[in-house]
Design a binder for this molecule. Structure first.
Ligand code: PXP
Length: 238
C-alpha cells in the first residue's frame, strides 16, 4: 500500500501573488498532516518564487511526519539543507524559466558530484532521493551514488493523451519500479498526478509513496484542504 506526501508549494504561490502572509503554506502542511499525509514536501527554489527560507525553517520545527526538501544541487541550497536538516532531500533539476520541474535529473551525467552530495547528506542523517525518469540507466547511476530513494517522474505519463501513449508511459514506470525495488531502493513517484490518473500508479506495488501538490491544492480551493487530502489519501492507499 502506498502513502501520500503532500507538496505545499502552490499554497506559497498564491501567497506570493500578493506578497503578503496568506495563505500560509505552513498552516497547509499541518492540515495535510492532520488529514492523513505521511510527509510534507516543499521545493526551495533558487528564485524563491513560492517557498522561502522562513517556510523551510518553520516547517522543520513543526512538521511531525517527515519533511522532504526538494532542491537543486546548488551550493546555496545544499548549505541550507545541511543547516535545516530535513528528513530527506529530493534532488531535482531546476531551470529558472520553467513553470514547474520539467523532467527527471540526469544523475548519470555527474556521478562523482552526486556521490559526494549523498555522502554529505548521509553524514547529517538526511536521506537522499533522486527525481529521475523511469529509465534503467538513471537507476543504475543512482545506485552508484549510494542514495536511498528514487522518485520516478510521472509527468510524461500524466500528460500522455492517447490510451496507447498512456500505456507506454505506464509500462516504463512499472519496469523502472521493479528494477529499483529489486536493487533495494525505496521507490516513490510523483508529478502531474491527480484524482483521475492516480489509480494505475498506486497499483504498482513497489511504489510506496506518492508526492502530489497541484491537484490537491486545486481541489482544496473548492472543497477545502482537509477533504482534498483525505480523498487523495484514500485513493493512494487503494
Ligand atoms: N515530485 C517532484 C520532484 C516535483 O518537482 C513536483 C512538483 O513540485 C511534484 C512531485 C508534485 O507535482 P504536482 O504538483 O504536479 O503534483
Amino acid at each position: 500500500m502506498a502513502e501520500l506526501a503532500v507538496n505545499i508549494d502552490h499554497v506559497a504561490t498564491l501567497r506570493e501573488a500578493r506578497g503578503g502572509i496568506e495563505p500560509d503554506p505552513v498552516t497547509a502542511a499541518l492540515i495535510a498532516e492532520l488529514s492523513g499525509a505521511v510527509g510534507i514536501v516543499c521545493h526551495l527554489r533558487e528564485d524563491r518564487r513560492h517557498i522561502n527560507d522562513r517556510d523551510v525553517r518553520l516547517l522543520r520545527e513543526l512538521v511531525k511526519t517527515k519533511l522532504d526538501l526538494e532542491m537543486a544541487a546548488t551550493d546555496e541550497i545544499i548549505d541550507i539543507a545541511c543547516d535545516v536538516l530535513p528528513d530527506l532531500v529530493t534532488i531535482v533539476p531546476e531551470k529558472r524559466e520553467e513553470l514547474t520541474t520539467e523532467g527527471g535529473l540526469n544523475v548519470a551525467d555527474n556521478l562523482e558530484f552526486y556521490k559526494s552530495l549523498v555522502d554529505k547528506m548521509h553524514n547529517r542523517n538526511i536521506d537522499v532521493s533522486f527525481f529521475i525518469e523511469p529509465s534503467e540507466k538513471q537507476i543504475e547511476a543512482v545506485l552508484q551514488t549510494g542514495a536511498d530513494i528514487i522518485e520516478l517522474h510521472t509527468g510524461t505519463y500524466a500528460n500522455a493523451k492517447s490510451p496507447i501513449d498512456v500505456q507506454i508511459e505506464l509500462e516504463k514506470i512499472v519496469y523502472a519500479a521493479q528494477i529499483g525495488y529489486n536493487e533495494g531502493l525505496i521507490v516513490t513517484a510523483g508529478h502531474g498526478l491527480d484524482y483521475v490518473n492516480i489509480s494505475p500508479i498506486v497499483s504498482i506495488k513497489q511504489i510506496t509513496e506518492i508526492s502530489i501538490g497541484h491537484s490537491i491544492i486545486s481541489r482544496a480551493i473548492f472543497n477545502g484542504l482537509e477533504s482534498a487530502v483525505r480523498e487523495m489519501v484514500e485513493l493512494v492507499r487503494g
